[in-house]
Design a protein around this ligand. Structure first.
Ligand code: H2P
Length: 808
């Protein structure tokens, strides 16, 4: 790796200059935020120099470019990651210490933008890291939300959403590129014009906004490749400001156009419960798709002229979930309406360029838009979708008995709605799921008709994580130990972690694994004390469930286990519990009442248990507010048990399971998502598996023989008591009882089978924690999990996408 700075002295000199140029002060007189801004500016500048070289190289080598379209990129803080990737982290830390500063403190000034909901957005960010590491010319194309999702605060146990002003202190990584702005039209009406035997279409009378890009450099490990993430922001077109209105005192009215345009990129929508049908969301989707397609075509044209039939050879467009589903129709529109290609030629190009990843089988998450809304907002794109749908229908031989049902399942337009998942499949040459079981379920049920018709386009790409961010950077004590043992080649190639298996029989090494875990637990305990005022004991087991709140993820099952342990201990003070701290973190979509009630229940239970001296030496419950990439990096390394307890068949993959495994936590989980691959890699004996399997869940549901009341009545003593406690005031101190949870379990017949899996879950937890006192064996299993986790590096995932989908 070429060094950017020869030595500390050279770095210090340049850094001082940067600080002076930005703040007009000497380093010693600046605040940490000034120091951060200057350092990030400087690193971003260095990165852009490498980016220019990368671009030059890509051009001369005629590399295929991959555009990853995603409405979410949960990138986290970048400074530490970039210093590591550029190979200068230690040098910079030392130098700043010599200057009397503290790199950690400086890094904590960086905003942690909430530009994603959870796993999907974080996956996209890990992919950017890995594409740069693998030397792929890969670009993120997304949205720059002014407020992101929301900042979560907990008030009386309840989640309260507040705007996240992540841009208020400036964001030194981004560069605004007004010269690359794209005009985007909404509404209007389609007009046609005849040229010979061809009809050309265009849209008149549109309401336009400007999509303005902000570029963020993406630094690959090794410092050879710097790619970029382009995020689009909406602005009004031009002279929007109404001076007359302003002078007449109508300040809001004077700037109305700006407010209307900027609303499009103001917030990120939560990805579940009741947000569909929102016009702004549809505008967001079109804005980042249309602007992204426009710029990638400009780049192509600069390099290859108008040889559009070569597009699939030089460009891959990957659509992350259904939000960018308009990539296909928008590309059709430009190729036909602006470049004059025929439908057939354009279609050939589109379907060979576009590919699609599905992330969920939950029907409510497969986007659908009312045709009336869609066709009014985007008349020409709709017309193209209508034609795609018509041709699709025509391709069916209706004399075959299966055709009617297949058409019903695969049509794009149905029941007055545009079905974005079907559109995504039809416009693509490849469809993948994100873990083996998920890809199988897609083929066997969710998209089974497509799979029957076009089996060759379906494939699996099991998710991955950036092991550099979530292990090397998040867990420096453990990473150091690993590097001492096997060298630092694992940073480049995570498969090398497997060499750690040689140390599984080495008691001294295992003791150091344990010591590093303890240090990480202490670090998290300090954070919890600072953030929540709660004291947690690093000598207890740290049992962790951190992820978006959703019924199928069953945070409810976890807290019911805690209630059960509490009840049994009160009933019998000799009931043995391995002292444990139960740690939860995650956001619930603002409109998702049930998920928010589960958060309230967890905090209600925490309030009681943490203040009850009869139990709080063996159980503590800790809800860490505002889960985000930066505090996740403190939580994963401290975890000993990884709770992955979704109803089997529902979690497409999960990625916290991988992050926790890599950091040496043992999985307590169902056979769901990538838990299955975890078990395959590390061995079932090194995890704790419980609960119904997917076929058992399906069979039980199909039988119609599941009755929540029966399950509860068969165990009045434990389950019955918990159910009663939802209503009897036991945990109501902060803000009342939990009627809606009670109702969901008992009157909606427990759709997620929480009660059904309850006993096998609690038993599995008890057996697992009973093995905790044998520290050496526990540490051995932890080490084994780390050793076998290298396969989950997103470098591996990206190589599979590269070789099998993008052919880049
Ligand atoms: C989703 C799925 C996860 C998957 C992730 C990335 C939508 O993330 O549910 O199972 O691992 O995409 O593919 P999440 O639930 O965390 O929002």
């Amino acid at each position: 790796m070429e060094k950017i700075y020869e030595n500390k002295e050279q770095f210090i000199e340049q850094y001082r200059q940067h600080v002076r140029a930005l703040s007009g002060k000497e380093f010693e007189d600046t605040s940490d935020i000034d120091r951060f801004t200057a350092l990030a500016n400087m690193v971003a500048g260095d990165a852009r120099v490498i980016a220019a070289k990368t671009d030059e190289r890509n051009r001369t080598e005629g590399k295929k470019r991959v555009y990853y379209f995603s409405i979410e990129f949960l990138i986290g803080r970048l400074l530490d990651n970039y210093l590591l990737n550029l190979g200068i982290r230690d040098l910079v830390a030392d130098a700043i210490a010599d200057m009397g500063g503290d790199l950690d403190e400086i890094e904590r000034q960086e905003p942690d933008p909430a530009l994603g909901n959870g796993g999907l957005g974080r996956l996209a960010a890990c992919f950017l890291d890995s594409m740069a590491h693998e030397g792929i010319a890969g670009y993120g194309n997304g949205m720059r939300y002014r407020y992101g999702l929301f900042k979560q605060e907990i008030v009386d146990g309840r989640q309260v959403e507040v705007a996240d002003e992540w841009l208020s202190k400036g964001y030194p990584w981004e560069v605004k590129r007004p010269d690359k702005a794209v005009r985007i039209g909404f509404g209007g009406h389609v007009v046609s014009r005849q040229e010979g035997d061809r009809t050309f279409y265009s849209v008149e009378g549109t309401d336009d906004v400007l999509a303005v890009p902000y570029d963020i450099p993406i630094v690959g490990y090794g410092g050879e490749t710097v790619n970029k993430l382009r995020c689009w922001s909406a602005e009004p077109i031009d002279d929007h400001f109404d001076l007359d209105a302003f002078n007449a005192g109508d300040y809001t009215g004077a700037d109305r156009d700006r407010a209307n345009a900027e609303a499009i990129s103001a917030i990120l929508y939560p990805n579940d419960a009741g947000e569909h049908g929102r016009l702004l969301r549809l505008k967001q989707e079109y804005l980042f798709v249309a602007a992204g397609i426009r710029t990638l075509l400009d780049t192509f044209e600069r390099e290859h002229g108008k040889a559009w039939n070569e597009l699939p050879r030089y460009v891959a467009i990957h659509t992350n979930d259904t939000h960018p589903a308009m990539c296909g129709p928008e590309l059709m529109r430009i190729l036909m309406d602006e470049e004059g290609l025929t439908w057939d030629d354009a279609w050939e190009i589109v379907t060979n360029t576009v590919s699609y990843t599905n992330h969920t089988i939950l029907p409510e998450a497969l986007e659908k838009w009312p045709i009336s809304t869609f066709s009014t907002l985007l008349p020409r794109v709709y017309q193209i979708i209508d034609e795609i749908n018509r041709r699709w229908r025509e391709s069916f031989d209706m004399s075959k008995p299966e055709s009617a049902e297949r058409l019903r399942a695969t049509a794009v337009l149905w029941d007055g709605e545009v079905r974005m998942a079907n559109l995504s499949v039809i416009c693509s040459h490849s469809v993948n799921g994100v873990a083996k079981i998920h890809s199988d379920i897609l083929k066997a049920s969710t998209l089974k008709d497509f799979a029957a018709m076009r089996p060759e386009m379906f494939n699996n790409k099991t998710n991955g994580i950036s092991h550099r961010r979530f292990f090397a950077e998040a867990n420096p004590t453990y990473a150091k130990l690993v590097t001492e043992a096997i060298g630092d080649g694992w940073l480049d190639d995570a498969r090398e972690l497997e060499k750690l298996t040689a140390f599984e029989g080495d008691p001294a090494f295992l003791e150091r694994v344990g010591a590093s875990k303890l240090a990480n637990k202490q670090r998290l305990a300090d954070y919890v004390k600072r953030e929540c005022g709660l004291t947690i004991d690093p000598n207890t087991v740290f049992d962790v469930q951190v992820k978006r709140f959703h019924a199928y993820k069953r945070q409810l099952l976890n807290i019911m286990k805690v209630m059960d342990l509490y009840n049994r201990r009160l009933a019998d003070p000799n009931f043995k519990i391995q002292p444990t701290t139960f740690i939860f973190s995650g956001k619930a979509a603002s409109s998702y009442t049930f998920a928010k009630e589960v958060i309230r229940l967890i905090n209600g239970v925490a309030e009681v248990i943490n203040n009850d001296p009869r139990v709080n030496d063996v159980i503590k419950v800790c809800f860490i507010p505002n889960f985000r990439v930066s505090n996740a990096q403190l939580i994963y390394p401290a975890a000993e048990i990884s709770e992955q307890i979704s109803t089997a068949g529902k979690e497409a993959s999960g990625t916290s399971n991988m992050k926790l495994m890599m950091n040496g936590a043992l999985t307590l989980g169902t056979m769901d998502g990538a838990n299955i691959e975890i078990v395959d890699l590390a061995g079932r004996e090194n995890e704790a598996i419980f609960g119904l399997t997917t076929p058992e869940v399906d069979a039980l549901r199909a039988s119609g023989q599941y009755f929540a009341w029966d399950v509860v009545n068969s165990d009045r003593a434990r389950l019955g008591r918990i159910i009663d406690q939802l209503l009897d005031g036991t945990f109501a101190g902060l803000s009342g009882n939990f009627e809606s949870i009670h109702h969901e379990l008992m009157f909606n017949n427990d759709y997620d089978l929480v009660l059904k899996d309850f006993h096998s879950y609690v038993d599995a937890w008890e057996s697992l924690t009973a093995t905790y006192p044998d520290a050496q064996d526990w540490n051995r299993r932890a080490l084994h999990n780390t050793a076998m986790s290298g396969w989950f590096s997103s470098d591996r995932t990206i190589r599979e996408y590269r070789d099998e989908i993008w052919h880049a």
